[in-house]
Design a protein around this ligand. Structure first.
Ligand SMILES: CCCCCCC/C=C/C(=O)SCCNC(=O)CCNC(=O)[C@H](O)C(C)(C)COP(=O)(O)OP(=O)(O)OC[C@H]1O[C@@H](n2cnc3c(N)ncnc32)[C@H](O)[C@@H]1OP(=O)(O)O
Ligand SMILES: Cc1cc2nc3c(=O)[nH]c(=O)nc-3n(C[C@H](O)[C@H](O)[C@H](O)COP(=O)(O)OP(=O)(O)OC[C@H]3O[C@@H](n4cnc5c(N)ncnc54)[C@H](O)[C@@H]3O)c2cc1C
Length: 572
């Protein structure tokens, strides 16, 4: 994939969205005209969808593309201040083209959002073209290497053939030809699928740095009179870091699965079979949100577990955080993505299962749950026996929790409707439950994929340590979400107590293998770019060397002494 998972770069959008969008939505003629020069970096493009006034609500985007049959052109226009394209990466100063998402108007009718290739800068001089006002949106939280920009279009004319027409078309007389499926023009599924793998990489980097550093950092006293212990020997340090390590492995397997699923289903789509598109959309939207939220929080846990040096840029952890955190916002804001998965997939599937439909894919468990509801409940009604050792029984527990929360969300909507609320109000007043249902569904998918992966591991020793990680991931998730399991009657308080005890045992079991498990990510020092995470563990010498190289140390007496301190002293 041409997506660069490392540091943000001005060409990220060109490589990660402009080229893939052409691949997915351009005709063969357009591929010839645009893809080849774009591949050779003659054309440098970005993906300009978000506007100052709208990022999430695509149907609310205001940029227009109005077809003029007399000249066989589209007129691209930003009608209001809020319609100015805002945020696209590489737009400010790097790109000379943009794929602009605009509301298509032809023969007096609006046909919704479509993609148009718009030249924005002269190919030789790089000067903005007539009618194009373009620039950088200014300093951001991070991503300082990327010129996220703004684009205001003032009645800019482009040829008819600049509309990406693999699916929808406009004939020379202005007739609009619908796409085989309206959903094909949404896009973004590719990059959301790739972001799942980026979550895994961010976790792998962060826990490699924190665990290696925790193995070389000695601090305080564990036993009076004895040498200061490695901080990795503290149970609290293990409790912070080993679940992150387990999640890094879990998300690595999920990232592989997501990539494979994307490839499989997008192949079907290119062959004209759109049946799996809803599953791909729901899975990519949900897992993108689930894994980025989890990784975002875990990077901060790793940084803080390194004490003061974690706050130094030499650790690389601040940069990893700053570069990763926008994944919770871009490519679909996480809450909105969770709501998409719940409202457009889980509740719909729940209702189909409730009328006896056999479901396939990641929601097949809802059919099982629906059948279960029809069977008489056991008198005890209590939680099933809990094994803190049996991974398959834990997978089933997560499955039942997901089914329970999907049912709770669906019933909440029903109750709101019975209170007389409109459909829209009923959904909005159930949206907290909808997000919880999506979260539980994604959590089940992650645990299940982790356990499924173990079946593919032949080496007994590797399988054993991965099984310990999988157990820790599942039990830590159970402990962190015990309220859900208790509320669903899937866990008792004594069982919850046993889970906590088992987690402590697993931390102890993992301690001897912790460093080897992060070494296994095989992230070399250049890729980690971290003094604390160095493979040789020679932290202090390199920390001192790193500080010595700081620009402020270029002179023994900084010019600020002469410019400010000395004059200030003389005035006091
Ligand atoms: C190397 C790369 C570096 C990357 C750096 C960062 C680059 C960042 C780039 C960006 O951020 S690009 C902009 C990203 N913006 C978004 O993701 C916008 C999010 N909003 C939406 O996607 C939509 O507004 C919405 C939330 C899905 C709602 O849209 P709408 O109101 O039109 O649809 P619904 O009524 O909810 O659903 C209609 C129908 O369509 C299905 N669907 C929705 N989205 C997709 C999709 N992407 N793919 C397939 N299908 C989709 C949805 O399930 C509904 O289906 P049915 O229920 O009708 O069957
Ligand atoms: C670093 C970075 C790079 C980006 N790169 C690009 C790019 O290259 N191209 C591009 O087109 N865009 C890009 N974006 C823009 C990005 O896609 C949008 O910021 C994102 O889609 C969120 O939309 P928004 O900013 O309008 O937030 P909003 O949608 O306004 O979200 C604000 C709040 O409102 C809530 N909210 C919104 N709608 C709902 C709803 N229906 N239900 C419940 N809550 C809701 C959200 O959950 C959130 O809490 C980038 C953004 C960033 C930060």
């Amino acid at each position: 994939s041409c997506v660069h998972p490392d540091r943000p770069e001005p060409l990220d959008l060109h490589l990660g969205m402009f080229l893939p969008t052409l691949l997915n939505q351009a005709t063969p003629e357009q591929m010839e005209r645009f893809f080849t020069p774009a591949w050779n970096l003659r054309i440098i493009g970005t993906y300009a969808q978000t506007e100052m006034g709208h990022g999430t609500h695509l149907r609310g985007l205001e940029t227009t593309a109005t077809f003029d049959p007399s000249t066989q052109e589209f007129v691209l226009h930003s009608p209001t201040i809020s319609s100015i394209k805002w945020w696209p990466g590489g737009l400010g100063k790097t790109s000379n083209h943009a794929i602009v998402l605009a509301q298509l108007h032809t023969q007096g009718r609006c046909h919704g959002l479509h993609a148009f290739i718009v030249p924005i800068r002269d190919m030789d001089t790089h000067v903005p073209l007539p009618g194009v006002v373009v620039g950088d949106i200014g300093p951001k939280f991070g991503f300082s290497e990327v010129d996220n920009g703004f684009l205001k279009l003032e009645h800019v004319r482009i040829p008819l053939d600049n509309m990406l027409m693999k699916f929808a078309k406009v004939e020379p007389d202005g007739t609009y030809v619908k796409p085989p499926s309206a959903k094909l023009t949404y896009g973004m599924v590719f990059i959301r699928s790739m972001i799942v793998g980026q979550s895994a990489l961010a976790l792998a980097k962060s826990c490699t740095i924190a665990i290696r550093y925790s193995a070389v950092r000695h601090q305080s006293e564990l036993r009076p009179g004895e040498p200061e212990p490695q901080i990795l020997n503290y149970q609290t340090q293990q409790h912070k870091l080993f679940p992150v390590l387990a999640a890094a492995y879990a998300f690595t397997f999920v990232g592989q699965y997501m990539k494979d699923t994307y490839r499989r289903i997008s192949g079907d789509i290119h062959a004209g079979d759109y049946s799996q598109l809803p599953e791909l959309h729901a899975l990519s939207a949900g897992l993108k949100a689930f894994t980025t939220w989890a990784a975002n929080a875990a990077i901060e846990v790793c940084r803080m577990s390194c004490g003061g040096h974690g706050y130094s840029r030499s650790s690389a952890l601040p940069d990893i955080y700053v570069e990763f955190t926008p994944t919770c916002t871009y490519e679909g804001e996480n809450t909105v993505m969770m709501l998409q998965t719940a409202s457009r997939y889980l509740v719909k599937s729940y209702r189909q299962a409730s009328v006896g439909q056999r479901l396939q894919g990641s929601v097949s468990y809802l059919s099982e749950a629906a059948a279960q509801r029809l069977r008489p409940r056991p008198v005890s009604g209590g939680a099933a026996p809990l094994s803190t050792q049996d991974l398959l029984s834990l997978v089933h527990l997560y499955q039942r929790r997901a089914a329970s929360l999907v049912e709770l969300a669906a019933k909440s909507i029903q109750q709101e409707l019975q209170r007389g609320r409109s459909q829209e109000e009923a959904w909005n007043h159930s949206s907290i439950d909808l997000v919880r249902a999506s979260d539980a569904h994604c959590h089940f998918v992650v645990v299940k994929l982790f356990v499924d992966k173990l079946e593919q591991v032949d080496d007994a020793a590797v399988k054993a340590v991965l099984s310990t990680l999988a157990l820790l991931y599942a039990l830590k998730g159970l402990a962190d979400n015990s309220g859900d399991f208790l509320q669903a009657g899937l866990l008792t308080v004594p069982q919850a107590t046993r889970v906590s005890a088992r987690i402590k045992e697993l931390l102890e079991e993992l301690r001897p293998d912790a460093v080897a498990l992060v070494d296994a990510f095989d992230l070399n020092d250049r890729k980690l770019n971290s003094v604390l995470g160095r493979y040789d563990g020679n932290v202090y010498e390199h920390l001192y060397e790193w500080a010595r190289q700081s620009p402020l140390n270029a002179t023994e007496v900084h010019e600020s002494f002469h410019k400010y301190l000395k004059p200030l002293r003389s005035r006091l």
